[in-house]
Design a protein around this ligand. Sequence first.
Ligand SMILES: O=C(O)CCC(=O)C(=O)O
Ligand SMILES: [Fe+2]
Length: 248
Amino acid sequence: MSSQSEHVPVGEVGASIATRLAAVDWALVEAELNGAGWASLGQVLTPAECSSLRDTYGCPVFRSTISMQRHGFGRGEYKYFSYPLPAIVAGLRSQLYAHLAAPAKRWQDKLGIEGVIPDSHDAYLEMCKAAGQSRPTPLLLRYAQGDYNCLHQDLYGEVHFPFQVVILLSEPGCDFEGGEFVLTEQRPRVQSRAHVVPLKAGEAAVFAVRNRPALGTRGTYRVTLRHGVSAVLRGSRYALGVILHDAA
Ligand SMILES: O=C(O)CCC(=O)C(=O)O
Ligand SMILES: [Fe+2]
């Protein structure tokens, strides 16, 4: 397994991504998550990092390949990384977790969800494992012209972290057109609201996996979120999905 990861082009890993993530205004991110269920994290990957991640699509670093059409998930393809994750993905995942653990605890409390959110991602993955969820969930998605991703939630068992992150790896308007990342919010007794999340290559957005807490006149209620991608009208579009819980 370790010999596989040595062949992965990983770009400049580590400190620079950590520095970029440390510069994010996480209080603002939490406020935006509270208001709309998603927030921009800005530019997290350089063009070179995006390009090396796109290149990993052809490398033997995945545990499975999913045809979206075959499963009725849309059209296009995605692949789940196997462990050990490429260094850039592993680094992003644990660092994103470290920044999101405290807001996640506050969300779980508001949503009335029991369950510990440990400070370290390793400890969180141990919890997933204890619940029978030990398969890695970070994924690379590839869309060609006409491909799209139906609205969905990335739940893979009982344990789920309240947030996940997507990073766009292709440049809209240049590499592709269309293919917008969208979110819907389904609120009790009212019609659903849609958000189009503007992303450029290397930019990341964090969003609610399943529900967000919202304050109503009778206390906190749950808004249900789903995400997907509109049809790619031209070109090809790659994205990296960073899901923080593992799969059964
Ligand atoms: O392709 C995208 O932008 C989103 C993919 C997705 O569904 C995810 O990251 O969970
Ligand atoms: Fe997804």
